[in-house]
Design a protein around this ligand. Structure first.
Ligand SMILES: N[C@@H](CCC[C@H](N)C(=O)O)C(=O)O
Length: 280
């Protein structure tokens, strides 16, 4: 199987072109392919597929083999891959995902791809959309959760995939690896959840670390950055446009009154390779 290794702020992916590869076997082998010691190694796999509803379809498989509805860093890599290989000829494209049609735009300057701006669709704070086990409130803002005997306030956000955003005083020293997996698997979240720990540094600046559903600690999460920006804005902690600083770098997020969210950031290609999946 031929593949391309890409990343968005260090959130890394194995991209496979489903127009030329038989991708069916990948679902069973995903965890082995993503293993950093015995496989290629990545936070996830992106499948490039034909679509009847959009220019292309993207499927996302987490490093534990589970399928995700959406991936923010992934869609920027996907758009760069599709544009640079001529699968889509225009800089604006539509991509079918399990979270609906997402619209990335490749930003080209001096013949080089500088960044990708993505219309991520609309967020939802409704408990049933996040989803939360119980429909406790009209909006999932400032709900209580207890882990390891400690209580936290969280905001549940759907960006097509589930997010639990927790504001903390000092994100650098926060025990993300200890509490992240417990919140990911907390009974509140029937489909599990991505978990963002966020420090407000200013009206237009957030610092965030993430524990991802199905992938654990990653250097960045695009949908997580969008969910954090939404939660901060809804709580009045920031304005609608923020830079979100993650361990892998910065993303720029804009939240519109309509609920539509835009994300801008880089996407990089690292190398192409070929692997015999029978040996895994
Ligand atoms: N890293 C991604 C999110 C990938 C999917 C996520 N782990 C899930 O299961 O929802 C991003 O950049 O958004």
């Amino acid at each position: 199987m031929k593949f391309t290794k890409m990343h968005g702020l260090g959130n890394d992916f194995i991209v496979v072109n489903g127009f030329i590869e038989d991708v069916r076997i990948i679902f069973d082998k995903a965890a082995k392919i993503c293993d950093r010691h015995r496989g290629i190694g990545a936070d996830g796999i992106l499948l490039v597929l034909p679509s009847e509803k959009a220019d292309l379809k993207m499927r996302i498989i987490n490093s534990d083999g589970s399928e995700a509805d959406m991936c923010g860093n992934g869609i920027r890599c996907f758009a760069r891959y599709a544009f640079s290989r001529g699968l889509v000829k225009k800089t604006n494209m539509t991509v079918e995902t399990l979270a609906g049609i997402i619209k990335p735009e490749v930003i080209v300057k001096d013949d080089l791809i500088e960044s990708v701006r993505v219309d991520m669709g609309c967020y939802s704070l409704k408990c049933k959309d996040v989803p939360l086990k119980e429909d406790v409130k009209e909006e999932a803002v400032d709900l209580d959760i207890e882990v390891d005997g400690q209580g936290f306030k969280f905001t549940g956000v759907s960006m097509g995939n589930p997010h639990c955003v927790i504001f903390v005083d000092d994100v650098e020293s926060f025990p993300v690896e200890q509490l992240g997996p417990k919140i990911e698997n907390h009974p509140f979240f029937p489909k599990k959840t991505n978990v963002e720990f966020v420090q407000v540094k200013g009206r237009d600046f957030l610092k965030m670390r993430v524990w991802e559903r199905g992938a654990g600690l990653t250097m960045a999460c695009g949908t997580g950055a969008c969910a954090s920006a939404v939660a901060a804005y809804k709580k009045g902690l920031t304005g609608p446009k923020v830079t979100v600083n993650l361990p892998g770098g910065d993303l720029y997020i804009e939240v519109e009154e309509s609920g539509r969210v835009y994300m801008t950031g880089p996407a990089a290609e690292v190398y192409t390779g070929e692997i015999d999946l029978n040996i895994l």
